[in-house]
Design a protein around this ligand. Structure first.
Ligand SMILES: [Zn+2]
Length: 74
């Protein structure tokens, strides 16, 4: 028996926060804040969803990302 139920979502997704801003590269107002994992670990980014230009990018204080749930149990 599994301690954790199988996710019912059919796809992985990231919760993105709407940022009231315009992209300086393409002028889109579809700017979002979210976490990404990339070279050097986890980053908190503000990116245009149309051209993927980064408006802001800061190293996350949480370098365990989604594994935090696991580390919280240790
Ligand atoms: Zn853009």
């Amino acid at each position: 028996m599994l301690d954790h139920p199988r996710p019912e979502d059919k796809e992985l997704f990231v919760n993105k926060t709407i940022v009231e801003s315009k992209c300086p590269e393409c002028g889109s107002d579809r700017v979002r804040y979210y976490d990404v994992v990339s070279e050097g670990g986890w980053w908190e980014v503000v990116k245009c969803q149309d051209c993927l230009h980064s408006l802001d990018r800061n190293k996350s204080s949480n370098q365990y990302g989604s594994l935090s749930l696991l580390t919280d149990l240790l």
